[in-house]
Design a protein around this ligand. Structure first.
Ligand SMILES: CC(C)(COP(=O)(O)OP(=O)(O)OC[C@H]1O[C@@H](n2cnc3c(N)ncnc32)[C@H](O)[C@@H]1OP(=O)(O)O)[C@@H](O)C(=O)NCCC(=O)NCCS
Length: 159
């Protein structure tokens, strides 16, 4: 069986991250320039899922110093690697990173017609809390989800 692992992204993953994003989304994609900034940013964490040493999935987690919310800005798994739990492992890793920062919420959104993503989010403990009209480039609404973390008091109080 080919081994898989979850790890932090490195600058050398840039091309693989762009290819993955391009294959997973037909619109609303992150540009190469934005990927570059995200990899460098202290307010972002990029998590990668690898199978046999190849990038097969990624999650981008954004932090905002002014709030206790972490946002999963992007989540993608390559088509051949889907259905093996990598999406769930990426989300669990994102949740763990937000918890370690003492944050209270992890939020993310998806298209109202993306049932696979919605099922995955709900399996991972996310609850829908808002529908945002015409959120995506093609006019589709977004369903916004959040997972409430156990919390440790004020954000950052353990840091
Ligand atoms: C949404 C997405 C990230 C899910 O990734 P994934 O790696 O397939 O996710 P998982 O394998 O953890 O879970 C997906 C499904 O596989 C099932 N699954 C999980 N582990 C499994 C396993 N070990 N064996 C078989 N099936 C499994 C899950 O139950 C789920 O099934 P469901 O569709 O019936 O609910 C992926 O489909 C994707 O990249 N889609 C395009 C981009 C996108 O929609 N991103 C998210 C919204 S922005």
């Amino acid at each position: 069986m080919t081994s898989s692992r979850i790890r932090a992204a490195a600058a050398s993953d840039l091309d693989a991250l762009i290819d993955l994003e391009f294959a997973a989304f037909t619109a609303d994609r992150i540009s190469r320039r934005s990927w570059h900034s995200l990899i460098e940013s202290l307010s972002a964490t990029i998590i990668v899922a690898e199978i046999g040493g190849q990038v097969a999935g990624s999650a981008v987690l954004l932090f905002n110093q002014k709030t206790s919310v972490a946002r999963v800005y992007s989540l993608a798994v390559s088509a051949p690697a889907r259905g093996q739990g990598l999406g769930a492992r990426l989300l669990e890793s994102a949740i763990e990173k937000a918890e370690r920062r003492g944050l209270r919420f992890v939020r993310l959104e998806t298209r109202v017609d993306n049932m696979t993503a919605q099922r995955l989010f709900e399996t991972c403990g996310f609850v829908p809390f808002e529908r945002t009209a015409t959120y995506y480039e093609d006019g589709t609404d977004a369903l916004r989800y959040q997972r409430v973390l156990p919390g440790i008091g004020a954000a950052g109080s353990l840091q």
